[in-house]
Design a protein around this ligand. Structure first.
Ligand code: NAD
Length: 487
């Protein structure tokens, strides 16, 4: 791509890039340099209505005539086209959000296309069930078949847009639905590279549509009467609004992938280098703008002094490369800036509150005055009601507490409204499995920092969301069972 001057910013409806009917624009700035990247349209009610109408016509029309094999072929072709454009996608993600190029190019787009292929494979494998009459007097034969829902909307967070295309769009179209996709206002550009491939992949007009904008556009989707399902990834506060709008409008189905405040519990018998790598180094990945980041670390008191000293050393070592010299466009940079000024201010506000509520071990300051960089920061022994300990920060701020017993560790780990992920480090497998049962989380990782596997469901319990993405459950979320009885 190279030329950031000719960036496509229009909406994509009916297989065409179209001007928004809205005059409203917002500006994306590069968070590493502060430089202007693009002015983006805020899709209004007329735009959203047009996208939903296109998706609805495609759902009832040409897309309903495609066989499962044909739908799979479109998804596979789109995956091939996107693989060839991963550098272009990566460059735009890096420009918008400061995601290091190595991640924006070589990690997130391939994960997205892997999901497209995975769900293509499912397209012709959704079977139903049948129940013959049961006992004397039952004359009914029952068939349960799984049907697509109709027009589905996807609203995404900003930290991994190419991946969300795979988790949300792929299972929807594999099962015969059509889609209106809204990327986050912080990362609206890479997705238009995907849009430019949709027609060539063979999708009829209207099957996949993209609208840009922030909360106002998202709210139009959440409350739209023509949308049958919404899949949302974002914060708990917005997730609640989406749930409410869905209930107030047409009771559309809702999948919520929300935030977390995930615990990592390190027992005295843990393999310490492994626990350090998985819970400390990896916490800083994507500058800790990761929903499953282990942001509350609990360490057994007998190893606490050494472990905390090591964590401090690792944070300071990794943090040395942060700041103006860490150019996210370089393939060797592994940690970029925070996504934008809003996120920077948010993280700095949390750090300031942390200075009142806990002991600062390392970090605690902004780096430089231009890019959105902060020092990787550790707080020890936060007050139980401290904001830094209770609320998701989505930035490189780790809290550490010590514990004496397994019961105490479980109580501390579960004392949160969230339930997305949890991590446990011990060499006692009996304890590991016992603790995994007790931890209140959608995913528990034993002696590992976890990872994404397209076959395995991911999602949260408690206030971290509802429903699952990935795997068969992620597919079934786009199907409605219908029971047919026959005499
Ligand atoms: P956010 O809630 O601010 O925004 C998410 C999306 O919602 C954006 O596209 C935004 O435009 C849209 N939106 C805003 N107001 C809306 C409204 N009223 N109605 C409908 N849509 C609206 O979240 P964010 O800052 O983009 O992302 C960070 C959050 O996402 C964190 O909480 C993080 O943990 C969470 N997240 C969760 C997962 C997961 O899989 N569980 C993955 C990544 C991020």
């Amino acid at each position: 791509m190279g030329d950031l001057k000719n960036i496509e910013t229009r909406l994509f409806i009916n297989n065409e890039f179209v001007q928004s009917k809205s005059e409203e624009r917002y500006t994306v700035y590069n968070p590493a340099t502060g430089k202007h990247v693009a002015d983006i349209p805020v899709a209004n009610v007329a735009d959203v209505d047009a996208a939903v109408a296109a998706a609805s016509a495609a759902y009832k029309g040409p897309w309903s005539k495609f066989s499962a094999e044909q739908r799979a072929a479109c998804l596979n072709k789109l995956a091939d086209l996107l693989d060839a454009k991963k550098s272009e996608i990566g460059q735009l993600e890096t420009a918008c959000m400061g995601t290091p190029a190595a991640i924006a190019t070589h990690m997130l787009p391939p994960m997205g296309t892997k999901l497209l292929r995975y769900y293509a494979g499912w397209a012709d494998k959704v079977a139903g069930e049948s129940f013959p009459p049961d006992g004397e007097g039952d004359e009914l034969y029952k068939i349960v078949q799984y049907e697509p829902l109709g027009v589905c909307a996807a609203i995404a967070a900003w930290n991994a847009t190419p991946l969300y295309l795979g988790t949300k769009m792929a299972p929807a179209v594999a099962t015969g639905n059509t889609v209106v996709f809204k990327a986050s206002e912080k990362s609206p550009l890479g997705i238009n590279v995907a849009a430019s491939c949709v027609a060539e992949a063979g999708f009829p007009p209207g099957v996949i549509n993209f609208v840009s904008g922030g909360g106002s556009t998202g709210a139009l989707l959440a409350g739209h009467m023509g949308i049958a399902k919404i899949s949302f990834t974002g914060s708990g506060i917005t997730g609640r609004k989406v749930q409410e709008a869905a209930a107030r409008s047409n009771m559309k189905r809702v999948t919520l992938e929300l935030g977390g405040k995930s615990p990592a519990v390190v027992f005295a018998d843990a393999n310490i280098p492994n626990a350090t790598e998985a819970a400390v180094d990896r916490f800083l990945m994507l500058t800790s703008q990761v929903c499953v980041a282990p942001s509350r670390l609990f360490v057994h008191s007998s190893i606490a002094e050494k472990f905390i000293a090591t964590a401090k050393e690792r944070f300071e070592q990794i943090g040395k490369s942060w700041g103006a010299s860490s150019d996210p466009t370089s393939m060797t940079t592994m940690h970029g800036p925070l996504a934008d000024q809003t996120q920077l201010k948010r993280v700095l506000d949390y750090i300031e509150s942390g200075k009142q509520d806990a002991k600062l071990i390392t970090g605690g300051e902004r780096i430089g005055n231009e890019g959105c960089f902060v020092q990787p920061t550790i707080f020890l022994d936060p007050k139980p009601d401290a904001k830094i300990y209770r609320e998701e920060i989505f930035g490189p701020v780790l809290t550490i507490r010590t514990f004496e017993t397994e019961d105490e560790a479980m109580e501390l780990a579960n004392a949160t409204t969230y339930g997305l992920a949890a991590y446990v480090f011990t060499s006692d497998m009996g304890r590991a499995l016992r603790v995994a049962r007790k931890l209140e989380a959608g995913t528990v990782n034993i002696n590992s920092g976890g990872g994404i596997d397209v076959r395995v469901p991911m999602g949260g319990i408690k206030a971290s969301g509802s429903g699952r993405e990935y795997g068969k459950l992620g597919l079934m979320a786009y199907l409605e069972p219908k029971t047919i009885t026959m005499k």
